[in-house]
Write a protein that binds this ligand. Structure first.
Ligand code: HEM
Length: 508
């Protein structure tokens, strides 16, 4: 569906909803209409709410339409957030309140003391909360959207075998094989253009699927459906509207879960030792306490593909863009990679990756600057305080990692791509900003606490391997410098898919 059609439909929906709210002026709304300087019951201030907040339903309606418009523009949805940190009087704050799709949302920079405590393990007054659309598409048993602390712990334990050392080593080998084949054997003619996003999506999809369900699975053919599910995750929930993005995502989900169901039957009859599905099926047959049902397996295999593929592929494209903008850093990486002394057709192992010290810093710096997951949403289960602000029950608190990663008081010159900011030997302070490992500890790219990313090591491995294969064989620069972001994308990424011009390097 065209974005403008979606916007018109949204306006109609929100207008009807606003009208209903206006005529049923319930007491619960009153609290949302308080002005910036009001106090909560416990004397802590409410987060400031920007211009027009006193206008109640009209303000809520305008904020939602604005958010949707930014999401559908080439500027990306974070533009909406960033603009609201600056108050009407021009002063900037680290926390603000808005209203989106009928809910109060508070955005709080993770740099604020106390904000990261929201992410602590299993806080009794908070639960994870993703957009309803995301939860519908990933399924009721998905670990990513799970709100119950005890069910979440069970799912995390059940999925842990995927991240064991042997499984990680096998995954690295599989990703390396695919990256070598895609980047070297099928590389475009000298000085040809490679669409980095497509290559990264394809390689990561193949490797993640093989790790989850080895053998002859229909999943291998469903990359387009996985893409449709991700595109629908932040779409308007127009379930019944034929052709809507959300409906297309739901249909794609059906096809993917049907393929996984076939795999469950196949694996039940002939398990192997290599993939997650076999481990999960064997546990069930052995009556293991953490065994998962078929429905739990379906939702979580889909979740792992979605959580792992698009995020990492997007991170790889940003990394290539930053390195294209900084050819001297590209050269330094090349020198480190060639200095490893690997010759001929060598497979990369975890031991090799451990020696890529500067490359690892470049990966971390790319992840900081790209901040693929901009904020982490949680819902307040009762009235509470966050970073000194009063939060009411049912409000959504979004801990904003991007604000932290671009805070000059935490990361010196935050808009400059500088892997050496993570040098361990650079301790101390510069202009009051801590350096070296102190900066590393502030990184929040994979979340924190009980919901930390399960696949962060796999993500770093994929980025390191992709970088190594590229840097040891080519120089590259961007073929198109258009900075516009893709509309309606779940994670901020370049609209042009990061096309790079590859120039083979001479090893002799
Ligand atoms: C650069 C790539 C990646 C980034 C930036 C990333 C980021 C994140 C973040 C920030 C969270 C926590 C969200 C929150 O607390 O609200 C998360 C959770 C998660 N990630 Fe990743 N991720 C990446 C790659 C992967 C990979 C490769 C996998 C697995 C194949 C994966 C699986 C998961 C899962 C299962 C969760 C949910 C954990 C839980 O709720 O207990 N991620 N990811």
């Amino acid at each position: 569906m065209e974005p403008w059609v979606a916007l018109v439909l949204l306006l109609i929906l929100v207008a009807s909803w606003s009208w209903w709210k206006m005529i049923s002026s319930s007491s619960s709304c009153k609290s949302r209409r308080r002005s910036n300087c009001e106090q909560g019951d416990d004397e802590a201030a409410f987060p400031p709410a920007g211009a027009g907040a006193g206008a109640g339903w009209w303000w809520e309606w305008r904020e939602t339409a604005w958010f949707v418009a930014e999401h559908g523009s080439g500027r990306g949805f974070y533009n909406f957030v960033q603009a609201r940190y600056v108050g009407t009087n021009g002063s900037s704050s680290c926390c603000f309140r808005t209203a989106l799709f009928g809910r109060v949302h508070v955005f709080v920079s993770a740099a604020l003391p106390g904000a990261s405590r929201v992410l602590a393990s299993d806080p009794p007054h908070l639960a994870k909360r993703y957009a309803r659309t995301a939860a519908d598409l990933l399924g009721p048993h998905s670990i990513l959207c799970c709100t119950s602390h005890s069910r979440h712990r069970l799912l995390r334990r059940a999925l842990a075998p995927l991240f064991s050392l042997p499984s990680t080593a096998a995954f690295a080998a599989s990703f390396d094989r695919r990256a070598t084949a895609r980047l070297l054997l099928a590389a475009p003619a000298p000085a040809g253009v490679l669409l980095a996003l497509d290559a990264a999506l394809e390689i990561s999809y193949g490797a993640i699927c093989e790790m989850l369900v080895a053998g002859d699975s229909k999943l291998a053919m469903l990359q387009g459906d996985v893409f449709a599910v991700t595109q629908a995750m932040l779409a308007l929930p127009l379930r019944c509207l034929p052709g809507s993005r959300f409906r297309r995502g739901l249909h794609a989900r059906k096809r993917i879960t049907a393929a996984i169901r076939d795999d469950i039957i196949r694996t039940r009859n002939a398990p192997n030792d290599h993939d997650l599905l076999s481990v999960l099926m064997q546990r069930r047959q052995a009556g293991h306490p953490d065994a998962l049902t078929d429905e739990q397996i379906e939702d979580n295999i889909l979740t792992l593909i979605i959580a792992g593929q698009v995020t990492t592929a997007t991170a790889i494209t940003w990394m290539l863009k930053y390195l294209s903008d900084n050819p001297q850093i590209q050269d330094k990486l090349r020198a480190e990679a060639l200095g490893l002394g690997l010759k001929g057709d060598y497979p990369l192992t975890l031991q090799h990756l451990n020696k890529m010290d500067y490359a690892y810093k470049a990966v971390k710096e790319s992840l900081r600057m790209a901040t693929i997951v901009s904020w982490f949403p949680r819902v307040a289960l009762k009235d509470c305080q966050v970073a000194g602000f009063h939060i009411q029950k049912d409000w959504i608190i979004n801990v904003d990692a991007r604000a932290l990663h671009y805070d000059p008081a935490v990361f010196h010159n935050p808009t400059v791509f500088d892997p050496s900011r993570f040098n361990d030997d650079e301790e101390g302070e510069e202009d009051g900003v801590k350096k070296g490992s102190a900066q590393q500890r502030r990184l929040l790219v994979f979340g924190a606490g009980g919901r930390t990313c399960l696949g962060m090591n796999l993500a770093k491995i994929m980025m390191l391997i992709f970088l190594h294969r590229l840097v040891t064989n080519f120089r590259w620069e961007m073929a198109d410098d258009d900075p516009s972001l893709e509309k309606w994308a779940m994670f901020p990424r370049l609209k042009n898919g990061c096309p790079i011009v590859l120039t083979p390097i001479n090893h002799s």
